[in-house]
Ligand binder design. Structure first.
Ligand SMILES: *Cc1c(COP(=O)(O)O)cnc(C)c1O
Length: 493
């Protein structure tokens, strides 16, 4: 029988994995979870002998088991068949005594590609059975928007509209978005900052009259956010696959424990590691690495989650987050599925911006999770020292994890894998500055300077942006976004 999903905040209503993928968020505001997680352990011997794509098919088939084997296979082929520039998809490289899992070889050079190449495939197949057509709406401060555009472009039954703050992204990020190909994509710049843009998108989602008008054309609005189970499930795969690569490289024996250190924002990536552990991967510790926005470091040390604190803009912008939404799923599993307890904590968070878990629960969490954070200066220092000592260039997000890993005790015989979430070429100005490489001129001059200094090549899709033609130059006020979305639903779907 297929696994059923329900909200982290209530066991009352159950739905299939396909419905959970289409909905994203549960109707009561909770996140979709299944109590089947880990009941069918993954066979490690089989994982070690298989390719990334074969492992992806097994793991997605286990987590989202109302998709047929044929559907999953088609999803895996479309998502990972030709789109990643590495034949391993997520290659593991050795750096000093540790290992780095490179998650950035997808079309937009960020780890979000691993999930966002898969989610549209899963959504499209679920939607085809309901005759719904879906317009994905996203507000982005840079990275997620492009990864979502690349994933959803030309996917049947789906369209995507991305808004970004006018002048609020890096030049490379803007060019990545406004040059996006595809007949079902739209990109608009909004006068204002990221918060203005995001608030306006939330108002569009809440506009019942707009929804009713769209429903008459069989169109529903949806999001591609990282709380969707269809984004989380694909991330479980690379934890298993990294382990398989370590065994095949002869670094560990099958069955040995490993540690993972994960640069964390919304808690999606590291939660996928926890899922892998529950599904049978021998993980000793999951190390949660934060930047100066260290709300998770404090939570994991004290059991108090408190978002009432200053917000810092850092050189690792994708981790500048004060509400780590996916943590709610961890609370659910760590409380043995006590949905009313989770609902209470989330209520505290909504009302006071803070909650405290029980001592017993904190202890349980600390058995699995370690934590730490890095300031921008600390991240810059390890970018420089890692390059000087090992010739390896870290991006600023990976540098946060590298710093935290170096400051977190190891256990003898337990290999340490640090997850790398972006190509350094996406953040080449900050990287060049940290390495002491001259970085004057345009972002493309910076890329060339980094290529020369590191003797590596910028990802082809990034260097090609210099000559790519701009498809989208719409600039609007936040008040005009709703009409823009309605127009695009008519044109693109
Ligand atoms: C999104 C992102 C992260 C944080 O991942 P979460 O799943 O939100 O914890 C880290 N690094 C980069 C480059 C990202 O884009």
């Amino acid at each position: 029988m297929a696994s059923m999903y329900h909200s982290t905040r209530s066991n009352a209503m159950e739905c299939s994995a396909k419905r959970a993928v289409l909905d994203g968020l549960a109707p009561d505001g909770g996140l979709y979870v299944t109590d089947e997680l880990g009941r069918t352990p993954i066979d490690l011997g089989r994982v070690v002998a298989q390719t990334y794509r074969e492992n992806a098919a097994d793991i997605l088939g286990t987590l989202l088991d109302d998709y047929t084997a044929e559907e999953i296979e088609a999803c895996v082929d479309a998502a990972y068949g030709k789109t990643f520039a590495s034949k391993e998809v997520t290659p593991l490289v050795s750096v000093g005594d540790d290992y780095i899992l490179e998650l950035f070889w997808g079309p937009t050079s960020a780890f979000k590609d691993v999930a966002l190449q898969m989610l549209p495939q899963l959504m499209s197949r679920a939607a085809s059975q309901t005759s719904e057509r879906i317009m994905i709406l996203a507000a982005t401060s840079g990275d997620t928007g492009k990864a979502a555009l690349a994933g959803f472009a030309d996917t049947p039954n789906l369209g995507i509209t991305v808004f970004y703050p006018h002048g609020g992204t890096s030049e490379i990020q803007r060019l990545q978005m406004v040059t996006q190909a595809g007949d079902n994509v739209a990109v608009g710049a909004v006068r204002g900052n990221f918060d203005d843009t995001q608030s306006a998108v939330k108002r569009i989602f809440g506009d019942e009259e707009l929804r009713a008008r769209l429903a008459k054309q069989n169109v529903v609005l949806s999001s591609a956010n990282s709380i969707n189970i269809g984004r989380l499930a694909p991330q479980v795969v690379y934890y298993f696959d990294a382990y398989a690569q370590l065994v095949r490289q002869g670094a560990i024996a099958c069955g040995d424990c490993v540690d993972f250190c994960v640069p964390t924002g919304n808690f999606g990536d590291v939660l996928a590691g926890y899922f892998a552990r529950r599904m049978g991967l021998p993980v000793r510790k999951l190390i949660v690495a934060s930047n100066a926005n260290n709300v998770l470091t404090d939570f994991l040390a004290t059991g108090v989650y408190d978002r009432n604190r200053p917000f810092y803009k850092t050189i690792s912008p994708s981790m500048d987050i004060l509400i780590s939404s996916n943590l709610e799923r961890l609370l659910y599993y760590m409380s043995d599925g006590n949905a009313s307890y989770v609902a209470g904590l989330m209520n505290d968070l909504a009302e006071t911006g803070r909650y405290k878990v029980s001592d017993e629960m904190l202890e349980r969490i600390q058995e699995v999770f370690d934590c730490g954070f890095a300031t921008d200066d600390e991240a810059r220092e390890v970018m420089k020292s890692c390059f000087d000592e090992h010739g390896y260039v870290l991006d600023p997000h990976t540098a946060v994890a590298w710093h935290v890993s170096r400051n977190t005790p190891k256990e003898d015989g337990v290999a340490r894998i640090v997850l790398s979430t972006a190509s350094p070429y996406k953040f080449c100005r900050d990287v060049c500055a940290a390495l002491g490489v001259t970085s004057e001129g345009s972002d493309f001059d910076c890329m060339r300077a980094l290529e020369a200094a590191s003797k590596t090549h910028a990802p082809a899709a990034l260097s090609a942006l210099e000559a790519a033609s701009v498809r989208f130059d719409d600039v609007m006020n936040a008040d005009d976004m709703s009409a823009y979305v309605e127009k695009k639903c008519g044109e693109l779907l």
